[in-house]
Design a protein. Structure first.
Length: 294
């Protein structure tokens, strides 16, 4: 994977997420080891070309390095550990799941009778999986990295190469969750619609009855399917998402603690501070450098 790391390095000019010329495609760089910490994964595909990451979710550990890629079918609050060093920084290609590309490909697989068997019902409900990188996929990712260096190549070829990558990932043995995501009435697709609504309205009061009606399920069935898909109950998920958004406001936007609490839907700043510290292991004030709540 040395060729991939060399091709990706020029696109990672700074620490953290680096957008590229192709919409929905970025390069992530981390030069320091980061201990296990809570974060909110976005829906997408991550191909690590150097270094490694560990995801901790629902008492399971998912590790992926330059031999694997991670597929996240739903946006999930989880815990992550980054294995990297200044001499060998983590480099990863991060790709949003573009439904406009995914759904036509899934229809083609269906037309050619290549949809994977759904004998393992549980696998099609998974919010994430780790799979081995094949030689064909490695070549396609290298092609995309080289393409992204040129504005002309990106405009002319970028989407086509991205489609090839998605096709190869759909051809993988563990791709059942992606097929499930692309189909309108599957449990995973319903959960995606619910999560999309939650992400848009997370600062508002939300209850399980309201969310279950969006999924067209009974409350008990919705609660079970939600936990199966995300590893959290709806209430736990919403709390984790709100706290993650609050940390972004504190760290990246310089928002005051009380304002952050209000913006993410907390009526009580004191309750917000307690739950923030319980989740992240430090107070909002320590996280942001802001003045204590008065």
């Amino acid at each position: 994977m040395n060729d991939l790391a060399q091709a990706l390095a020029p696109l990672a000019l700074q620490e953290g997420y680096n957008p590229t010329r192709l919409n929905g495609i970025g390069v992530y760089k981390a030069s320091q080891h980061r201990e296990r910490e809570p974060l909110c994964y976005s829906q997408g595909i991550i191909v690590v070309v150097q270094g490694a990451k560990r995801v901790y979710l629902d008492e399971q550990i998912y590790e992926y390095n330059s031999n694997q890629y991670l597929v996240m079918t739903l946006p999930i609050p989880a815990e992550c550990e980054t294995l990297a060093s200044p001499e060998k920084p983590l480099l990863a290609l991060v790709m949003d799941i573009d439904m406009a590309l995914l759904q036509p490909l899934v229809r083609l697989f269906d037309e050619h009778h290549q949809i994977p068997s759904e004998s393992d019902k549980t696998s099609s409900h998974r919010c994430l999986y780790v799979s081995e990188i094949t030689e064909a996929l490695e070549c396609a990712v290298l092609k995309l990295c080289q393409c992204l260096e040129s504005p002309l190549d990106t405009a002319a070829l970028g989407e086509g190469v991205l489609r090839e990558i998605l096709f190869l990932i759909l051809s993988g043995e563990q791709a059942a969750p992606l097929f499930s995501l692309a189909r309108h009435n599957t449990h995973l697709a319903k959960m995606e619609r619910v999560l999309s609504y939650m992400h848009q309205h997370y600062s508002e009061p939300l209850d399980v009855e309201q969310l279950s009606s969006l999924a067209n399920m009974s409350s008990s069935s919705f609660h079970r399917r939600f936990r199966q898909a995300t590893g959290s109950s709806p209430v736990q998920y919403l709390k984790k998402f709100r706290l993650t958004r609050a940390r972004e406001l504190l760290q990246d936007k310089g928002v005051k603690v009380k304002q952050a609490a209000t913006q993410v839907g907390y009526e009580s700043p004191n309750q917000f501070s307690r739950e923030f510290k319980r989740y992240f292991g430090l107070s909002p004030q320590d996280s942001s450098g802001a003045s204590p709540i008065a």
